[in-house]
Design a binder for this molecule. Structure first.
Ligand code: SF4
Length: 471
């Protein structure tokens, strides 16, 4: 009997590092501007900051006799309708749901069953049910084997629900055979655990993965890194939201990884700056860059959104300590939180100048459906889109306001946000930051250059949105 063929589908977001584009008619740009936008977009794609979807890598590593799985990354190719499939599994993010449902409809119209899973399906199953033959609710690590076995037996169920989150201490080796390596910036993606003990109100990580940190075994992780390194010598990305959430675990892990001589980047909290032994282990094990979520330097905003795990007064010192250890920092801010005022941008600019952050990210708050902040904004009547139209809360790169800020009228907010991004991102700053970066200088410069382009799209689109709202 022929193997059953399964397509695991990843959809591109409307805009972002994978393919920045204006949300509005590209025809708005003419001549050189249009050419420039297209060239930069291709450059961003070609320089391959794209990374593979780890969730689908994990599913593709589940082996069931008689089933063959492929990852279809639609950032690079349209869905391969010309091949014959027995099942398509689509990972659905909120904001991408409309696109996912549309694709599911086109696949099902050809008689191919579709399974939907991912964060949106877990949080809003009823809105997904009409678009799928089966739903996977919760973390799919254990469930996927059941789905594939049922496919093989011709007895697919309507729903697969995890009774409890998977025990990550059980060995589940991740494979990369289904990836086209050359497409990606790196294929060395590793997750050491899931769950977050914190409860920031704009984040759905703790909603989806729980408040208890579940970790993989350090032996398994070291083995995985060694195996991945054989196959791809490029940089590693530890995708955990806070790689230093459990300092003792991180210390043992990176001490043991040091002899492997890898280079890596990851995401951490700034408290790392006060953990000298761990910071040293990060640097010695090859850490090149970290993303830190600063979110806000306004104490009232941090309190309003329950971002309480590191104190405002300690942020700058911590950032300086991390940079001094030779690690470059991407610092992510959110402007427009509930304690922010029109004087916040000046404070952000001062903070960036003082800490010499290598790549600042100046984000807009995204009230994702399913988060506490979404419910609060809905109750306060501050959402700019119909709260029941979940698909309208799409991901963009600072290109669309989804709500009205608390203390600042919307037009003034958009003007001040645009002014802030204009001051933070320009050619001169990109060059200076690249030169001053403690590590990976060319990447820091390139990132800042890309951001100069991405934030120009943000300014253009926000103005278009405002014009529409005021019309
Ligand atoms: S923003 Fe970070 S620290 Fe806060 S809940 Fe989400 S993952 Fe945890």
């Amino acid at each position: 009997m022929m193997d059953k063929k399964v397509a695991l589908v990843f959809l591109p977001s409307d805009s972002g590092v994978d393919g920045a584009r204006s949300l509005y008619d590209e025809g708005a740009a003419f001549g050189p501007a249009r050419w420039f936008n297209g060239t930069v977009r291709n450059l961003i794609k070609k320089t391959q900051f794209a990374i593979p979807p780890l969730a689908l890598m994990i599913l593709a590593s589940v082996e069931v006799p008689g089933v063959e799985q492929s990852i279809c990354d639609l950032r690079f190719e349209p869905f391969p309708f010309e091949r014959s499939w027995d099942l398509a599994g689509i990972s659905v993010q909120t904001g991408m749901a409309g696109k996912a449902f549309d694709l599911a409809g086109r696949i099902r119209a050809r008689g191919i069953p579709v399974v939907l899973g991912g964060p949106h399906v877990t949080m809003f199953p009823e809105s997904c049910r009409p678009h799928a033959d089966a739903l996977v609710l919760g973390e799919a690590d254990d469930l996927w084997k059941e789905v594939l076995a049922d496919l093989s037996a011709g007895s697919l169920k309507r729903e697969y629900r995890a009774a409890q989150p998977p025990d990550l201490s059980l060995p589940r080796p991740v494979g990369k055979a289904s990836l086209k390596k050359s497409r990606y910036f790196t294929t060395n993606l590793v997750q050491t655990g899931r769950g977050c003990p914190w409860r920031c109100d704009f984040c759905n990580v703790h909603v989806l993965n729980g408040h208890v940190l579940r970790q993989r075994r350090i032996d398994d992780l070291v083995g995985e890194v060694a195996r991945f390194r054989e196959d791809d010598r490029r940089i590693f990305f530890f995708v955990d939201d806070s790689i230093n959430a459990d300092p003792a675990f991180a210390l043992e892990l990176f001490d043991r990884l040091t002899p492997l001589g890898i280079r890596w980047f990851g995401q951490a909290t700034t408290t790392l700056g006060q953990q000298p032994r761990l910071l040293d282990a990060f640097a010695r094990s090859g850490c090149q860059a970290l993303l830190v979520g600063i979110e806000s330097i306004e104490p009232s905003s941090r309190d309003a959104h329950r971002k309480t795990q590191n104190r405002t007064g300690e942020l700058a010192g911590n950032i300086k300590a991390i940079r001094q250890s030779g690690i470059s920092l991407y610092g992510s801010f959110i402007y427009g939180l509930d304690g922010d005022t029109l004087s916040t941008p000046a404070a952000i600019l001062d903070f960036i100048a003082e800490t010499r952050l290598d790549v600042p990210g100046i984000n807009l708050l995204r009230p994702n459906p399913g988060t506490k902040v979404f419910e609060r904004l809905r109750e306060e009547g501050r959402l700019l889109f119909d709260p029941d139209d979940l698909a309208s809360f799409r991901y963009t790169f600072g290109q669309e306001m989804l709500y009205r800020p608390k203390n600042i009228p919307l037009p003034d907010f958009i003007e001040s946000y645009s002014e802030l991004t204009r001051k933070v991102f320009n050619m001169r700053n990109a060059f200076m930051r690249g030169m001053a970066a403690p590590s990976i200088k060319p990447a820091v410069m390139l990132f800042n250059l890309f951001y100069a382009h991405l934030y120009s799209l943000s300014r253009h689109d926000l103005q278009r949105q405002l014009d529409g709202l005021q019309a």
